[in-house]
Every structure is written in C-alpha cells, then in structure tokens.
Write a protein that binds this ligand. Sequence first.
Ligand code: ADP
Length: 599
Amino acid sequence: MQSSVEAKPRRRKNFSELMGYAGAYRFLTYASWLFSGVSALLALVPFVYIWLIIRDVVQSQGNFSQAASLAHYGWMALLFAALSMAVYFGALMCSHLSAFRVASNIRRAALRRVTELPSGFTAHLGSGRIRRIVNESSGATETYLAHQLPDMVGAFVTPVGMLVLLFAFDWMLGLLSLLPTLLAFLVMARMTGKSMAQSMRQYQDALDAMNNEAVEYVRGIPVVKTFGQTVYSFKKFKGTIDGYSRWVIRYTKQLRAPMVAFTTLINGVFAVLIAAALAVTGRGATDPVFLLNLLFYIVFTPILAVTLNRIMFMSENNMIVNDALDRIHLILDAQPLAQPARPVHPADGSVEFDKVFFRYPDARTDALRGISLRVEAGQTVALVGPSGGGKTTAAMLVSRFWDVTGGCVKVGGADVREIAKEELSDTVACVFQNSLLLKASVLENVRLGRPEATRGEVAAALHAAQCDDILAKFAQGMDTVIGSKGVYLSGGEAQRIAIARAILRDAPVVVLDEATAFADPENEYLVQRAFERLCAGKTVLMIAHRLTSVRHADRICVLREGEIAESGTHEELAARGGIYAGMWQEYLQSVSWKVGGKE
Ligand code: ADP
C-alpha cells in the first residue's frame, strides 16, 4: 500500500473521463448539447418579431389599420419563446438522465473500491470524509453535466446566432455592437487566464491552511480552557486567518478594475450604439430604416451580457469539477487489497510475524522494523512497551488492516495475503478500543459477528460478555437502538457489546487492545471478565496496558521503536533487568504508593 492518502492535483481530461462513466448514456449528453444549441437559436427569434412589431408600429404612424400583422408577430414571438423553452426542457431531460447515470456510476465505483481497500486506509480517511467525497464530489459532476455543460453550449451558440443577425440588419451597427463585446472578451481572458488558475490554487491553499489550523485549534480547546489562554496563543491559527484575509483583499482589489471594465463594456453596448446614431443623425441622415435597425440592436444586445457572464464562469465550473474528480480519485486510485487467486486455508490457530516491516503510506520511517514473533495455537502473547512502539500497528496487520511492506504475517501457517478475505475474517476476531457500534439495535450490532446467529445465541454472547446490566437498564433489552434518544453507553459498556460480537464470531484467533482507562472500577472489572471469556481457549495477541493482565501471558514482547526489544515470560523479563523489569518496578512502586496512600 504505497499510495498516498492525500489529494494530489492530476492532469486529466475531465469530460472524457465523465463520459466513460456515462456508457451508452453519453449520447444523451451530446443530444442535450444539440437541443440546448437549438433552443438558444430559437430564443433569438422572438427578438426579431419584437423588432417587427416596433417597426410596424413606427411605420403606421398612429394608423394601426396599416399594422395588421401585429397580433401575428406577437403570437409568433410567444410561440418561438415557448418552443425554445420546450426544446431546452428536452435538453435538460437528456442531460439529467446522463448526469444521474454518471453520478451513480461514480458513486458505485467509489463505494466498491472502498470495500476493497485496506481497512487502515478507510479508517485513516475517516468515514465522514469518505461519505463527503462520495456524495458531494459525484454531486458536483452531476451539476456540471446536467446544467453547466448544456448551458455552455447555449452560451456559445447565442453569440454565433447573434452575429448572423447583427450583420443581417446593418453590418455597421453590427460591428459597432461587437466592438465593446470584443474588448470585454479581452478583459475577461486576462482575468481568467493562467494567473487566475494560479490564484485559485493559492486561494484553495490559504483556505486549506486555515481549515487545518481551525481543526487544531478546536482540538486544543481543552488546553486553552485549562490554562486560561486566548486565541492569540494559537499564533499559527491567527496567522492563517490573517494570511487568508490579506490574500482575499489583495486579490479582490486586483480584480476590481478589470471587473468594472468588463461589466461596463458588456452592459454598455447600447451607449456606443446611441453615440454612433447621434453621430450619423447629427450629419442629417435621418434614415427611418437606420433608426429602426438601431432599435433592433438596442433591444437585442443586452443578451450579450448574459451570455458573456455565463462564459466567464466556465473556467470556474471546470475547476470545481476538476477538484471533485481529484477527490474521487483519492479513493479510486488507492491500491485495493489484492485477493488471492488460489486461496490457502489456515492449518491451525497460530499467528506468526516473519521479519515484518511496515511503513504507513505517508510516513517517512518504518513503524515496524523486521519483527519476528510466533504465537502458537492456544497461546497468549502480550505486546507491551512505550507509546508509539508499534503495538497497534503489529496487531492490525494480523487482520490485514494494512498489508506489510516487507516480510509476512501468517495465520495457521498461511500468509494472510493468501487467505480468502472471508476466511481470514472468520479466523481472526479483533476488538480494538473505540470499536465501532452502528446506530442499530444491540441485537443487530452483536449479530454482525455472525449474521445467521439466533436470538438465543446473541443473548448467550451478551451474557458471556457481561452485558446483563446494560440490557437490564433498557426496557427494550436487546432491541434497544444504540445512539437513539436516551440510550447512552459508556466506553466500557460499548466495549463489552463489541466483545459480545467477537464472542459470537467464535474465531480461533483473537486480537485485542486492552482498554486503558475506565471511569469506574465496576466497568473495568466487567470488561476484564468479558475479555477472559472471549479469550478462553483461543490464540490471543493482546496489546496490554496494565501489567497485571500481562503476568499470565505465555509470552511478553516489548516493542520499542518498531522492534522487539525483549521477549520472554514475566518471570524471565522481570529478572533480566531490562525495559520490562523497569516497567514492572514502576508498577510495583505505584501500587505500594497507592496502598501506602490509603493507610
Ligand atoms: P503503539 O500502539 O505502540 O502506541 P502504534 O502502532 O500506534 O504504536 O504506532 C507506531 C508508529 O506508527 C508511531 O510512530 C506512530 O506515529 C506511527 N503511526 C501510527 N498510526 C499511523 C498512521 N495512521 N499514519 C502514519 N503513522 C502512524
């Protein structure tokens, strides 16, 4: 697993990738473009009729019997406007069908990949983030395909259609109205060019930096409160906020002049035309045809402003969909756990580490550096040692939370990579701290251990895991939904339910992380009892935090800086005078201190 867990900007063709997900539906996307283009052209026709109405009204000079076609023109304008809307509606139907298909295919691909990824990867990303990536990013592609692309086609077709009309009426006025438009285009190109992409990246970076520091700040709130600090003690956080606001203000100021120029130019076409008309009429040429054409341009050219605005946002839309695809690729490009072509069955319940190396995807150093260790079937081995020594990492490798980067982990003599996924999960049961409980009934949560278990079997597992007092608290017993109103489980209670799940699974190998801290001794005692029931007769690899539970282990391994520093029984290690002996002495002292304190 060497792929990074952080997003990397990628160079790719967004559209062709999206069309790959559309499959046969891609033709609907193309059809939507066609319809959108046709609709844009149809939308121009009413303007011609409106101009015809104006022309007839002006020419009739108050004698409306001469302007018999007014009603006809009016209806035609309405008809074309309606037709344009109907065709646009058709375009949206097509684009949505295709967009929904693309979004659902992306979601499916991402979710399928999530199930194939190492649990360590998904745990690292976090379920909340995965949900956001899958939902929001596919949603962004949907907006892009369903609305933005067809609208873009319309936005490009409109100026072309207008160009034809502009020249058909009076080429001079046509050219004049294009002049400010052309200038506006140039200003826009300068605004949204390469520098814009660069600025957008800087903007995202500043935003990310601020978000990250905000998370750090929230994490640090207990410290802030305890030590009476203020926000200014979080200099980095304040620094990123200041940096962000400086950047935004500078960028906004930088865009002020071009934005004003752009808006003035595209909205001010009529002013140029009127000035031109004045110049012409000022020379005495009061040609009624010219004046009528001028009216046409004044009615017509404001559409330019709308279309140009749409085009201006095109690059922004592109950036949004690009970013969405980058995020989706964070999941899609992650290396899945390879499944064996010819699975091997574990021969017994033994666990073995054979010169295992492991490095986390984004880490610079190895978390495990060549550890070798064998747990015979039915034995208990305890992992102890300083925090960060690699205990959790080693334990997680047994159930293929991650794949090793060197050496191999064996269960029942078979490399875990050669064992079928289902069989491995039937063979190894894990109980880690903060075991995940779903928002479902206690019964369903425990049944995850063995879906076909009967109610009676679940009840027996709950009883063995010392959960009777928990069930007694709730009127609905096993059917109480965890996390629903009024149902609060303490850490110890949640862990006992997770242990019940592992007991029900009845796997020959148990990997567990002993809990560290409990609010009350009663809970602590019950969890220990539940662990004893879970581990009876099994192969156990245990991350131990209290030395009392370690004493009875068949073997103790001290992990330090990713290596096994010491290994042996309690008696052997206590006598050796090494790290473990030191830990044991400390423990004895703390106990005698406690006892002494009480006396
Ligand atoms: P222990 O359980 O003994 O406290 P761990 O197995 O949790 O130790 O950690 C071993 C090393 O791996 C530490 O240096 C820790 O910082 C690093 N580590 C643990 N989890 C991750 C992770 N998800 N990504 C990167 N490094 C990690």
